[in-house]
Write a protein that binds this ligand. Structure first.
Ligand code: CMP
Length: 459
């Protein structure tokens, strides 16, 4: 139907134009009002009317020669490029002849006189001619045929046809890309011919536990039975490498129809999955081995026994029994401080007291009031009285302290009322120490102010 309309439409068009030409040639007075030369104008009109006829003949010859005669004889369709070249040649031949007949002049003479026109045409057709000749070269070299898979530049797909301007490629995503022939002639071209055997390699991850001989056998068998895999050469499976989670196997298969590669790949993967299932082979997946950290613990933390020892050496705690020391040690927390760290801040709430296990701390109310070392305790004032912390306690070097909370201390105080007495005596003693220190500081301040006044007034 399409062929028929391609033939008939130029004829209809031409008939209309010839009718117009006939009418105008019979009525030359129509030109009177215009500045056209009647004879010349009529010839131009006749030439224009003949052009559709030329198209008609070109198409007719194309159909008869290639669609009817050639395909019957060789049972293959002629390449599009050849058809187009023949059509172009016939077209120019007929136009040439029509021009000579209608105008009574040779086209050569006409073109020769119009050097500028020839130059313009030459420039305009430069790209087109480049494509045309590149197309011819590709054909003459028999580089590829329709149906072959090619990769040119970034484009890969099945060649549908080579035309005079470009090659039509259908990509694996079913898009059509037309690559100019001249570009293809310049680029690196990879051809996966339909007639030849094309190799393809697939990768597959398999668990480390399964021996390669079994896996290779299963892979080869599964791949060989997939439709589209050629039997001209056997499939090969081999160990491609090791990753951190699996063994990588490669399956190499051959196919005549490379355009089917995505479908064949998918079918092989599917067949392999089922074959693995039947043979108890597991695919590779990331494996992580967890190991307990066995690096020796830092010796900063004292053993429970050491804590019990330490507690038993604190003089105010002497009334306690061994079991009570153990219970206290179990409830205690060991804390490690770096040099310069503040363990207790003056003015804070306090719910626990500390026993120095290692190192030295400085008790400060502006200046240092006291220094405490292993076996000494601090923080008892706020804990026992409920007041806020009375002084800062700062680590003078790396310090390990044992912290005893109010909850841990309460039952012990309940069972040993004498213990509360001993601690409160210590509190009183320390308060006295603080007061003495404050008094000294006050005296010192007083002396300083007095000496300044004397100096100022020259007393
Ligand atoms: P607390 O008030 O809870 O916090 C600060 C701590 O510093 C205080 O308890 C005491 O344990 C300690 N402290 C205060 N004054 C002295 C002192 N004169 N001698 C030793 N330690 C003290």
């Amino acid at each position: 139907m399409r062929r028929f309309s391609r033939l008939v439409s130029p004829l209809v068009f031409s008939t209309a134009l010839l009718g117009l030409w006939w009418f105008v040639s019979k009525n030359p007075e129509l030109y009177k009002r215009t500045k056209f030369d009647p004879e010349q104008a009529t010839r131009i009109l006749l030439f224009i009317a003949c052009i559709p006829v030329v198209f008609f003949f070109v198409r007719l010859v194309d159909i008869i020669v290639f669609d009817v005669v050639a395909s019957r004889r060789r049972s293959v369709s002629a390449p599009t490029l050849l058809r187009e070249l023949v059509s172009i040649a016939i077209f120019f031949l007929l136009i040439w002849s029509t021009f000579s007949i209608v105008f009574g002049k040779s086209v050569t003479a006409f073109v020769a006189t119009g050097t500028v026109l020839a130059a313009i045409l030459g420039l305009a057709l430069q790209e087109t001619l480049g494509n045309l000749f590149a197309g011819i070269a590709l054909h003459l070299e028999d580089t590829f045929d329709a149906g072959d898979v090619i990769r040119t530049g970034e484009v890969m797909g099945v060649v549908e046809s080579v035309r005079w301007r470009g090659t039509r490629i259908r990509t694996f995503n079913n898009n059509v890309v037309i690559v100019p022939n001249s570009l293809m002639a310049r680029e690196r071209l990879e051809v996966f011919a339909r007639k030849g055997l094309n190799a393809r390699v697939l990768q597959m991850n398999v668990h480390f536990n399964i021996d390669p001989a079994t896996v290779i056998g299963v892979l080869v068998q599964a791949a060989s039975n997939v439709d589209g895999v050629s039997h001209d050469l056997p499939c090969i499976a081999r160990v491609g490498g090791f990753t951190e989670s699996a063994m990588v196997y490669e399956i190499k298969y051959f196919t005549h129809d490379y355009s089917q590669r995505d479908r064949i790949d998918a079918d092989i993967r599917k067949a392999v999955w089922y074959a693995f299932r039947r043979n108890g082979i597991t695919v590779g997946f990331p494996v992580r081995v967890f190991q307990r950290d066995s690096t020796p613990e830092t010796r900063q933390n004292p053993e429970p026994k050491e804590i019990v020892d330490r507690l038993s050496k604190v003089d105010v705690l002497s009334p306690l029994s061994g079991a009570e020391f153990e219970a206290m040690a179990a409830a205690a927390r060991v804390r490690l401080y770096a040099r310069g760290e503040t363990i207790i801040r003056r003015g804070d709430e306090g719910n626990s007291m500390f026993i120095v296990h290692k190192g030295e701390v400085s008790v400060r109310v502006e200046d240092e009031v006291a220094r405490l070392g292993p076996g000494d305790f601090f923080g008892e004032m706020a804990l026992l009285t409920g007041e806020t912390r009375i002084a800062d306690v700062v680590a003078l070097n790396e310090v390990v302290v044992v912290e005893i909370t109010k909850d841990a201390l309460q039952p012990i105080l309940y069972d040993h009322p004498d213990l509360a007495g001993a601690v409160s005596a210590k509190v009183l003693e320390r308060r006295g120490g603080l007061d003495a220190h404050r008094h000294e500081a006050h005296e010192e301040e007083h002396r300083t102010i007095l000496s300044r006044m004397r100096a100022y007034f020259g007393l």
